[in-house]
Design a binder for this molecule. Structure first.
Ligand SMILES: Nc1ncnc2c1ncn2[C@@H]1O[C@H](COP(=O)(O)OP(=O)(O)OP(=O)(O)O)[C@@H](O)[C@H]1O
Ligand SMILES: [Mg+2]
Length: 346
């Protein structure tokens, strides 16, 4: 197996599908450089264009405009032997596994090797089965396997031709949470051991938080936000990203406060503020200093510190007296904490 991930570059990619009476735009002006050797998550609502984007990486879809480059090769314009070559370098796994029911585990994994006319098929299949932890199941048929085991077969099959890129379209959506975790760990191990570039679509933000170092958010066929997962999860800019992340990172406002939230400061006495901190900036001393140095009282409503990747991310909901709230927020911002006004209460 090869041990290097390939870069993937989308340059001003557009895709339109013919539709009765016209065209439907699935992607528009998508430019994205996927970090080689990293795991990048693609998130977005249903119909946003995620699968279309992914399917361009192995030439299952061709761009209507722009270019998609994988390991230096223009996928959209490749055909014949060049396209087959690219497909050997790009493995793919699917939500419903897409295994052949008439073939055993070993037989399914051998298939791409047989098609490629590879040598030493048996030994390579045995290695792959070992890598995904299915040694005892080599002669079983798909119908005799659990969902998690089937996806392991899917992963081994995708790795068979020694790809530099692995594409995953909702590969864990059909699995229970525990099985999802084991499959994700396997993908993370593969990424680490083989250095593959992994591009994965998921609806589950926790999946991105746990294994993707980078993320791209797609909305209505456009990339609205992309970058390091930590940065995007701790400072989401686009409303779509924010709505996806609410409930996954950060704490939610207790119901008794949320119900009383007023949009404006008029006739309110307290401003409700979200304070977030990334990295080493702890909130505790800052809140204590707000009180001791500025004489501003802070009510803590909710709070948590969690991990994104391996870095801490803290989230605190507080209320501040309206008359001094702006001053307090400025003080916190000066000390590298981020603040966001959520509303007001009486
Ligand atoms: N082969 C096709 N023919 C016509 N329209 C298509 C085709 N494939 C996708 N589309 C349209 O392109 C848009 C993007 O579809 P796509 O499958 O990429 O979305 P998605 O983000 O993967 O959604 P989901 O989360 O539901 O899988 C949708 O409006 C879809 O209907
Ligand atoms: Mg899809």
């Amino acid at each position: 197996m090869t041990a290097s991930g390939a870069p993937i570059i989308f340059d001003k990619v557009g895709k339109a599908f013919p539709k009765r009476g016209g065209m439907v735009t699935a992607l528009e002006d998508v430019s994205l450089t996927v970090e080689p050797g990293a795991i990048t998550g693609i998130i977005g609502r249903s119909g946003a264009g995620k699968s279309t984007l992914l399917r361009m990486v192995n030439g299952l879809e061709r761009p209507t405009s722009g270019t998609v480059t994988v390991a230096g090769q223009d996928v959209g314009r490749a055909s014949g032997g060049a396209l087959r070559g690219i497909r050997r370098e790009v493995g793919m796994i699917f939500q419903h596994f897409n295994l052949l029911s008439s073939r055993t585990v070993a037989g399914n994994i051998a298939l791409p090797l047989e098609i490629a006319g590879a040598a030493n098929v048996q030994r390579r299949v045995a290695d792959l089965i070992d890598r995904v932890g299915l040694t005892e199941f080599a002669e079983r048929y798909p119908a005799e396997l659990s969902g998690g085991q089937k996806q392991r077969v899917g992963i081994a099959r995708a790795l068979a031709t020694g790809p530099k890129v692995l594409l995953s379209d909702e590969a864990t959506s059909a699995l229970d949470p525990e099985t999802t975790q084991t499959v994700l760990r396997l993908l993370a191990d593969i990424n680490r051991d083989l250095g593959l570039t992994i591009l994965l679509i998921t609806h589950e933000m926790a999946v991105v938080r746990d294994i993707a170092s980078h993320v791209a958010v797609i909305d209505g066929g456009r990339i609205v936000e992309a970058g390091a997962t930590y940065d995007i999860f701790t400072r989401p800019q686009h409303p779509t990203t924010r709505s996806f992340l609410s409930g996954v990172t950060g704490v939610t406002l207790p119901a008794f406060i949320a119900q009383r939230l007023l949009p404006s400061a008029e006739s309110a006495s307290q401003e409700v503020v979200r304070i977030t901190f990334a990295g080493d900036h702890a909130t505790d001393p800052m809140l204590a200093r707000l009180t001791s140095e500025l004489g501003i009282d802070v009510n803590i409503l909710a709070g948590a510190v969690e991990e994104i990747g391996t870095r801490p991310f803290g989230n605190l909901l507080v209320s501040l007296p309206v008359a001094r709230a702006a001053e307090a927020r400025a003080y916190l911002e000066r000390h590298h904490l981020l603040t966001e006004v959520l509303g007001h209460v009486r």
